[in-house]
Design a protein around this ligand. Structure first.
Ligand code: FAD
Length: 451
């Protein structure tokens, strides 16, 4: 008889696991059932800001695989089905059909939890008013679109993390007046050092965004149920569309209630094979904690890149193979208009907080040979351990060609290189792509000279 794999959550982690397990096993060997409470599978949330911004023209373009495509691939996907409980002793889950309200108990031999994360929404007064939205799903994007269709002219984005930044760019592109309210003193202040974040602030302000830093939101004012202003410690800001982007919290209630271990960072605890401590239960994606390769700590880094890799590794292991997820560096990239922003590893602030005696060195460079048309300025900040010269992290802010250079530094970081060794790497050169000394080489060399 076929073993039965049950998956909770039909997006990146869950369906990567399902697809990989299907690839590696015959249907007669493994039955795969995925329960998804929403109405879509495998969609690219990462593309939502560009859908809102009008760069991506239809929501369908963001869907990698529909439920029908998964079913044709031998995965029994049940939409509008919410798992409400796990009984890890009986090896069952309780599932509610959200269309009929009926509940059923389903057996599993292996269970994968891929429940993702939810946006942080503080219990502010007025939070439920019409026009106060998040941008996490295609339905959220449709709600933003409806507000725009209804004539919204002024938007406030609460939170200047990477999603807030991308949403602000999108709404600005749609012709709205945009204010961004951020409690910290810098945009992307949780992932960039202040000196690097200052360039992001500059770009936002020169694009016409009213950037309110160091400003705490206290609630919303509504008229006839519809939002009219966001209240802040520094006074109200009138707007007819609010988008909240305050980061996320892993969805772990089901796991916790079933006695499955949840860590201090707030995610489900898994080993490098995505096994939880509970027999036959696996977890992957935004709902889990990952091993940070520089600090050795458990962290929640909710990114699609990890969800896909973890789901795939879990699928391999569930199918009887052997695949490890080797941890995270916190590498991330985004952009605001023409400004590309990348980061990996630890910022100078994070390195200090983690107990490293670290040095941070900023280098200004050009994306191309100075005489070649289109050369763009960029700044690279490299963080290294003072005693050993070991690279601990890097941040890049600059024009076209800057952002993806972070991947070279992430590769060096992944392999525990010193800044001196990075400065001597054999990187490509031709005038349209870089100066003779690539900005990465320059930055690493300059840092090495200060060790
Ligand atoms: C606007 C935006 C932009 C982003 N941009 C990037 C980017 O540029 N780069 C990047 O790497 N990442 C980005 N991300 C993050 C990325 O989308 C997530 O990391 C990824 O989707 C996580 O996949 P997941 O499967 O773990 O969780 P999710 O995508 O959240 O999927 C979890 C699924 O589980 C379902 N579910 C939850 N509980 C239950 C239950 N009890 N029963 C049934 N179903 C359940 C949910 O409905 C959901 O469909 C972005 C996210 C957003 C919102």
């Amino acid at each position: 008889m076929a073993r039965r794999l049950v998956i909770i959550g039909g997006d990146a982690a869950g369906m990567s696991a399902a697809a990989q397990a299907r690839r590696l096993t015959a249907a007669g060997e493994l039955e795969i059932v995925a329960f998804e409470r929403g109405s879509r599978t495998s969609y690219a949330a990462c593309g939502l800001p560009y859908l809102v911004g009008g760069l991506v023209h239809t929501p369908e373009l963001l869907i990698a695989r529909t439920p029908e495509q998964h079913r044709a691939n031998g995965i029994d996907v049940r939409m509008h089905h919410e798992v409400t409980a796990i009984d890890a002793r009986a090896l069952t889950v309780t599932v509610r059909n959200l269309d009929t309200g009926r509940e059923a108990v389903e057996h599993y031999d292996e269970l994968l939890i891929g429940t993702g994360a939810s946006g942080i929404v503080p219990p502010w007064p007025g939070i439920d008013a019409e026009g106060v939205l998040q941008l996490r799903t295609l339905d959220d994007a449709a709600a933003v679109e409806r507000r725009l269709g209804a004539g919204a002219r002024r938007a406030v984005v609460v939170g200047a993390g990477y999603i807030g930044l991308e949403v602000a760019e999108g709404l600005l592109g749609r012709g709205l007046e945009v204010t961004v309210v951020e409690r910290l003193d810098a945009p992307m202040g949780a992932v960039l050092d202040a000196d690097m974040a200052a360039h992001v602030a500059e770009a936002m302000q020169s694009a016409g965004i009213d950037l309110r830093l160091g400003t705490a939101v206290t609630g919303f004012t509504a008229l006839d149920g519809r939002v009219t202003a966001v209240e802040t410690a520094a006074g109200p800001i009138a707007a007819d569309l609010m988008v909240i982007g305050l980061g996320v919290r892993p969805n772990v209630d089901l796991a916790r209630a079933a006695g499955i271990g949840v860590g201090e960072a707030g995610g489900i605890i898994v080993d490098d094979h995505l096994r939880t401590g509970t027999p036959h239960v696996w977890a992957a994606g935004d709902c889990v904690e990952s091993y940070h390769r520089i600090t050795g700590r458990s962290v929640v880094v909710a990114l699609g890149t990890h969800a896909n890799k973890q789901g795939r590794a879990a699928g391999t292991n569930i199918a009887g193979g052997d695949a490890a997820f080797a941890g995270v560096l916190g590498t991330a990239i985004t952009k605001f208009q023409n400004l590309e922003i990348g980061r990996t590893g630890l910022t100078e602030g994070e390195a200090g907080a983690a107990g490293f005696d670290a040095i941070g060195v900023t280098t200004e460079a050009s994306s191309r040979a100075h005489y070649y048309p289109g050369a763009q300025p960029m700044r690279i900040k490299t963080v290294a351990e003072r005693r050993t010269g070991r690279l601990l992290g890097a941040q890049i802010v600059g024009g076209e060609g800057a952002g993806k250079r972070i991947d070279v530094l992430a590769t060096a970081l992944w392999n525990n290189m010193t800044v001196e060794a990075v400065g001597g790497m054999d990187l490509s050169y031709a005038p349209p792509f870089s100066p003779v000394w690539d900005p990465v080489l320059l930055a690493a060399g300059k840092t090495a000279s200060k060790i």
